[in-house]
Ligand binder design. Structure first.
Ligand code: UT7
Length: 332
């Protein structure tokens, strides 16, 4: 059976860049608070009405296609991971497919929030190894900025998130030692409301009411401390699983890319795993938390800059709303 390799990667973020100080026009916050607690310095936001998530996904996909020297018509399938689809339905994948101009190929949406890219990678890997599809476009794309609470109450969440997209084109390799070695997925729905967005909801009628809007229920809410506590436990565990299953150890890791939710979380994960600074990559400083897009954006930056070289052991881990979490080991 072949393994799944990354043929190419791409990224796109909107041009509009906001510093921490820029956010003070809406919220009582400070550069110092945001940097100290999260490491974030800037983030990119769309200009509302000008770009949707599928537009960001399209640019990231085009960049990956260009780097692979491929045309969209060579793709067999699209997997689109997002918690912020352009519309409630249909999913973002069909809009991306339409914009790429490839009617007919399947487009699957993945709704696993911060772990979406790893869930998508697991599905793509299974399809590719079994021969169902040979060229899979896997995208993580988010637009958070149009869903933010711009009243004072929104400061705790809104300063954390950015918009962006990352893409990977995946395909089979017969090179035995290389490719995706394993993927590992978990979920625990007992914690679903620790980080969630209640409205709109099909659980009652009407799905969204005037009262909901007046009370701000259309905005995401998070129990930050609880999410933090679980993230710093589950991500190291998931990395250890990925290493053990493959008979590897922390010393073998060339690069760990963890979901970019908070630099402090990732520093704790690094410490628990006993990894050196050169074994981890973080870019939350520039992008904030772009949910399903953080991992493919980081992979692309490492691949494009030469930080990832053929044969390197890349380990991915993510944790987020659901709770969902996961990991993957990849021989680049
Ligand atoms: O990607 C999905 C997964 N998400 C995560 O992994 C996020 C996990 N959680 C976290 O990263 C952290 O919990 C946060 C960065 C979100 C918050 O850090 P914290 O140390 O847990 O802060 P806190 O929520 O306990 O708030 C501390 C103080 C509060 O003031 P008082 O009650 O101590 O007076 C907040 O009101 O900071 C205040 N605060 C702010 N101050 C300035 C909350 N947001 C802000 C803000 N600017 N933006």
């Amino acid at each position: 059976m072949p393994r799944t390799e990354f043929i190419s990667t791409g990224l796109y973020v909107p041009e509009r860049t906001l510093t921490n100080d820029d956010l003070r026009q809406w919220w009582d916050t400070s550069d110092e608070w945001i940097r100290e607690r999260t490491g974030i310095e800037t983030r990119h936001w769309v200009k509302p009405g000008e770009q949707a998530g599928s537009d960001l996904a399209l640019e990231a996909a085009r960049s990956a296609l260009d780097r692979a020297g491929m045309q969209p018509k060579e793709l067999d399938c699209i997997i689109y991971a997002t918690l912020s689809p352009d519309y409630c339905f249909p999913g973002g994948g069909v809009y991306l497919q339409r914009k790429l101009g490839v009617p007919g190929i399947p487009a699957l949406d993945i709704r696993n929030q911060c772990t979406g890219f790893i869930y998508g990678l697991s599905v793509a890997d299974a399809w590719i190894r079994t021969g169902q599809y040979r060229r899979v476009l896997l995208v993580g794309a988010e637009v958070h900025s149009t869903g933010m609470d711009f009243t004072p109450a929104g400061r705790d969440i809104s300063v954390l998130f950015g918009d962006g997209a990352g893409a990977a084109i995946l395909g089979p390799t017969e090179d035995e030692g290389r490719g995706v070695l394993s993927t590992h997925l978990w979920a625990d729905g007992r914690h679903a409301e620790q980080l969630w967005c209640e409205v709109e909801t099909s659980a009652r009628y009407p799905r969204v009411s005037h009262q909901d809007l007046d009370e701000g229920r259309q905005y995401a809410i998070m129990n930050g401390r609880e999410v933090f506590k679980h993230a710093v436990t589950k991500m190291p565990q998931s990395v250890r699983t990925a290493l053990e299953v493959n008979g590897l150890s922390e010393a073998d890791v060339k690069l760990l890319i963890a979901h970019q939710a908070n630099l402090r979380i990732n520093e704790m994960v690094q410490r628990q795993l006993g990894l050196r600074d050169d074994q981890v990559y973080n870019n939350i400083q520039r992008y904030g938390n772009t949910t399903a897009a953080t991992i493919p954006i980081a992979i692309h930056e490492c691949a494009a800059s030469g930080r990832l070289q053929r044969g390197d052991l890349l380990v991915l881990t993510a944790f987020g709303s659901g709770f969902t979490w996961g990991s993957a080991a990849v021989r680049w």
